[in-house]
Design a protein around this ligand. Structure first.
Ligand SMILES: [Zn+2]
Length: 158
């Protein structure tokens, strides 16, 4: 018995723009608005355990109580806890653009006491190390992209 040839499928990639908008909600929206308008990082504090919630959120996950509007402005300086040098192409889900260049991505303990993952300006692997002090460098244009309003974190102390 002769097997019938299967149907041939061809794949044609179609690159098209897919603009979309999404609601950030009250709490994340406040963080993004402060970043866009004032180059500030803010978050809210739990009224019961007094911990900073990051990113800002309506309920404290530990205490299960409404977090409310106790807003705290945080420093945009911090300490690199760890980093990973990303060397493959990525898509940034916040803006839909491809991240074209390799870059070091770090977990940064902000001086306010919360952890933030972001890019580092320093790309020399010899100069990258845990414990280095960094500060946010904010974009001057094309703002309104959440925490991507920060270009990267610049080394301020080795
Ligand atoms: Zn709490």
């Amino acid at each position: 018995m002769v097997k019938e040839p299967s149907q041939e499928h061809i794949k044609i990639p179609i690159a098209m723009s897919r603009p979309y908008r999404w609601a950030t909600g009250r709490y994340l929206g406040k963080l993004y608005k402060e970043a866009r308008d004032n180059k500030k990082l803010v978050t809210n504090r739990c009224p019961k355990c007094k911990e900073l919630l990051w990113p800002p959120r309506p309920v404290c996950g530990r205490c299960k109580v409404e977090a409310g509007e106790d807003w705290v402005e945080m420093s945009d300086k911090g300490t690199v806890i760890q980093y990973t040098y990303l060397v493959y192409p990525l898509w940034d889900p916040h803006v839909g653009d491809r991240v074209a260049e390799d870059y070091p991505n770090a977990t940064i303990l902000l001086d306010g006491g919360v952890y933030l993952v972001h890019k580092l300006e320093e790309k020399d692997p010899e100069k990258l190390k845990a414990g280095m002090r960094v500060q946010a460098v904010w974009k001057e244009e094309e703002r309104g992209q959440g925490l991507n309003d920060i270009l990267y974190f610049r080394t301020i102390e080795q």
